[in-house]
Ligand binder design. Structure first.
Ligand code: FE2
Length: 378
């Protein structure tokens, strides 16, 4: 290599990259493609998007000149003579290949049956007016997976306005909104007055909807107690007490379905979902939408006992939070984590009307990051 290097004690050019002394006292290695690709000029300040096209370089990028100047690495590139400048402290963030810090990657706090008085609560008007309250709401959603919004307007718009604080209404194959009341020709158990077993919603979709909103517009019936539990708490206990069962449920995909006259939705999901750290991030469970298990029958000798053990744990008083949602309340919960159901109610004893919809978890985390952090461009 015949590039000109000043400060050779702090900078060594290699075949595919360079070594540079960093402010933390360590030496960092940086690949030339990476350096050329991430020159500050590669990003448009208005759109904040990458505008440099590394796919169309004539040759592999190599420095013609390199130097350390005023706490920065300065490179003049061979070929086009483009000049780049990298703050050494900025380079230091990328020297060890660590995943970028994510303010939305917060540790989950598991909760149990006694959580009801401690559920994070926010009133609708405050959320509409105060971005800090929105950030606190989204943080509760990320950490605990559930929150109640109180004093909701008795209108369709009240729910839509609430969803728009975190993202957009995310349609499912049955539309954008759903109305839970007793239907004359029900296509779903939810639309009857019968008990609804503990479940997560629409597991038959490729990716089940992330955040569920249930806005109680009327609730004067007898019965119909709401049941919620934290799937993370149950799955963590299973992991500790029955690690073999946990392994089966977190590694095996089982079939889910939702079929009627005009649709035939199918997917395969793991009952226990893990995140990038290997921690439990959620569960997918629905007996009314679990398809006939088309797995090896001898494998089912092991799988079914594990599945049933977990299913029984989902009925346990240790985890089940029982309460009654009142009109004007909207419960918001992570549909990949919080398992919900209701007891039977008497359809003739009064009115019961819940209007619901979903939003996307990725969009919720995006809104949270934008509210609490600087990002790379602010
Ligand atoms: Fe549901």
């Amino acid at each position: 290599m015949d590039a000109r290097v000043t400060n050779p004690s702090a900078l060594t050019l290699k075949e595919n990259g360079l070594e540079v002394a960093l402010p933390n006292g360590k030496t960092g290695y940086f690949n030339y493609y990476w350096l050329r690709d991430n020159c500050a000029s590669s990003f448009d300040s208005q759109t904040r998007e990458r505008v440099f096209d590394i796919f169309h370089l004539d040759a592999a990028p190599k420095p013609a000149e390199a130097a350390i100047e005023d706490g920065a690495l300065a490179i003049t590139w061979a070929g086009d003579g483009h000049k780049s400048r990298y703050d050494l402290a900025w380079l230091g963030q990328y020297s060890e290949g660590k995943v970028r810090h994510d303010p939305a990657d917060l540790p989950r706090r598991a909760w149990y049956s006694d959580h009801y008085p401690d559920i994070a609560r926010f009133d609708h008007a405050t959320l509409m007016a105060d971005k800090k309250a929105v950030a606190a709401w989204l943080e509760a959603m990320i950490v605990e997976g559930v929150a109640i919004v109180t004093a909701m307007p008795d209108s369709h718009e009240g729910l839509t306005d609430l969803v728009r604080l975190m993202g957009h209404v995310r349609p499912t194959f049955f539309g954008e909104y759903f109305d839970v009341k007793t239907h004359i020709k029900p296509t779903n158990l939810a639309y009857t007055a019968k008990a609804l077993e503990m479940h997560t919603d629409t597991p038959a979709e490729d990716v089940a909807p992330g955040v569920q909103f249930l806005h109680v517009r009327a609730n004067s019936v007898e019965g119909g107690q709401n049941l919620f539990l934290d799937g993370v708490a149950v799955a963590n206990d299973l992991r500790e007490q029955f690690p073999d069962d946990f392994k089966l449920l977190s590694e095996t995909e089982i079939p889910y379905y939702c079929e009627h006259d005009t649709y035939d939705m199918r997917s395969r999901q793991r009952v226990i979902e893990l995140d990038q750290h290997g921690e439990v991030s959620g569960v997918t469970i629905s007996q009314h939408m679990a398809d006939i298990f088309d797995l090896d029958q001898a494998f089912l000798d092991k799988y079914y006992p594990a599945f049933c053990r977990f299913g029984r744990m989902l009925q346990s008083d240790k985890y089940l939070m029982r309460f009654r949602l009142e009109a004007t309340e909207c419960i918001v919960f992570d549909n990949h984590r919080i398992v919900h159901g209701r007891s039977a109610y008497s359809a003739t004893s009064g009115d019961r009307y819940l209007r619901g919809c979903y939003a996307d978890r990725g969009e919720m985390r995006s809104t949270y990051r934008a509210l609490v952090s600087e990002g790379r461009f602010k």
